[in-house]
Design a protein around this ligand. Structure first.
Ligand SMILES: NC(=O)c1ccc[n+]([C@@H]2O[C@H](COP(=O)([O-])OP(=O)(O)OC[C@H]3O[C@@H](n4cnc5c(N)ncnc54)[C@H](OP(=O)(O)O)[C@@H]3O)[C@@H](O)[C@H]2O)c1
Length: 243
């Protein structure tokens, strides 16, 4: 798929990983609708960076713990830019809980944000895709679904669901739409933690450093571009899954 001239929607596109994917798509020639939750200032700054690359950018906020916003978000992006043929499901939380202390409300909210909304955004995206255009979805998941955290229980179950959804959606939506994923390891410190925190985690992995966002963006762009890859997950984890 040639990205040039296409329109993309990136959830959580204002900063960090979502921003890197937004800018990589813009560099490849896409116009981008930047979804944000609370980071309006960062979203506007990222939109300016997209425009500086000579592409169009639009932005809109939605609380993605409410999956019923999915249709409206696809509509808003379509009104702003035209038909959306690339969807990146990057927004997520990283709450701390365990199986022992998980409570129903936060469990539901985590599943909604990190699994149910990506599902219904993908459904709305597929419904809105003009016949013959072809589309690509990339879900942003976590390499730790293979060796789950004890202390981010609700989160890792949601991301495990996203892994399975990636495969199920690839089957359901082929051949018009390809659905793939990037599974991230230590990329950036979590919000509120410093670089030393990320380096301590990275000391345990073969590449011995945090990856930063550029390798994630490169993998996402490659998955969008490759017309014969669907239902695939690229681990961007510095070899973490091997140790
Ligand atoms: N960073 C890593 O090392 C790492 C590792 C493994 C997996 N990942 C995955 O990579 C993706 C991006 O990670 P990140 O570290 O860049 O994420 P992050 O800094 O935690 O940001 C989360 C993003 O999700 C959005 N978001 C959170 N709650 C929302 C809500 N209720 N409604 C709407 N938007 C909401 C935020 O938007 P606002 O700021 O606008 O509110 C933000 O853009 C996530 O899916 C994450 O699970 C990251």
């Amino acid at each position: 798929m040639d990205i040039a001239g296409r329109n993309a929607l990136v959830t959580g596109g204002a900063h960090r990983v979502g921003k890197a994917i937004t800018l990589a798509l813009a560099r490849a020639g896409a116009d981008v609708f930047i979804h944000y939750g609370r980071s309006a200032t960062e979203a506007e700054a990222t939109a300016e960076e997209v425009r500086a690359l000579g592409r169009s950018a639009a932005l809109g906020s939605a609380n993605l713990t409410d999956p019923t916003v999915a249709g409206d978000l696809i509509d808003a992006a379509t009104v702003a830019l035209g038909p959306i043929s690339i969807l990146i499901n990057s927004a997520s939380g990283f709450p701390t809980d365990t199986l022992q202390d998980a409570d129903l409300n936060s469990w539901r909210s985590t599943q909604d944000l990190s699994l149910t909304t990506p599902v219904f955004l993908t459904q709305a995206f597929a419904d809105a895709l003009p016949q013959g255009l072809g589309g690509a979805v990339v879900n942003v998941t976590d390499v730790k679904t293979a060796t789950p955290y004890r202390t981010h229980f609700s989160y890792i179950v949601a991301k495990g669901g996203l892994d399975e959804f990636t495969k199920a959606a690839a089957v359901a939506l082929a051949p018009e739409i390809r659905v793939n994923a990037v599974a991230l390891g230590v990329i950036l410190p979590p919000p509120g933690e410093d670089d030393a925190y990320a380096q301590r985690l990275a000391d345990q992995i073969p590449m011995r450093r945090p990856g930063g966002t550029d390798p994630v963006a490169a993998a996402a762009v490659a998955l969008v571009q490759n017309d014969f890859v669907t239902g695939e997950t690229i681990r961007v984890d510095g070899g973490q899954h091997l140790v």
